[in-house]
Design a protein. Sequence first.
Length: 167
Amino acid sequence: MMKIGNALLPKLVPALAASALALGLAACSKEPAKPTDTPTAVPAPVETATTGDEAQGSAETIPTAIPAQLQGRWGLVDADCTSTMGDAKGLLTIDADTLKFYESVAKLGTIKSGSASALDGAFAFSGEGQSWNLDVALSSPDGGKTLIRKDTGPDAMPGTLTYTKCS
């Protein structure tokens, strides 16, 4: 074991105390955890065809609704698509402006970006007597076979969810 000399100890104690205080304050911070470096598989928006004056600039057309490729019935597991008992807790049904879950509904608000196969927008959720807002990114990297969902906001769950299109 290393011995610390009497001359070094008075200099070391304040440094250790300051470090412990900084770590303690960081642990009590109310800031949300930083996102991980895990890729989310949400593709960058694709430029769409424009006409007139827009064609001369680099303006991108933002969709006014959830793209058709993202609409339909999606399941987290196969049984979500085939259940006849009403217990498909991983079923997500998407139409032009709504996400319908097992016990909640989300209405599309402001669309931040999008393309034919992706959308990033603000959604107002309600269910089981509660209301909350989340930003939701939806994308289909394979032409409509799978759907990737990433929620962000104070009440968002971490990570992404991958759904399969119900047939």
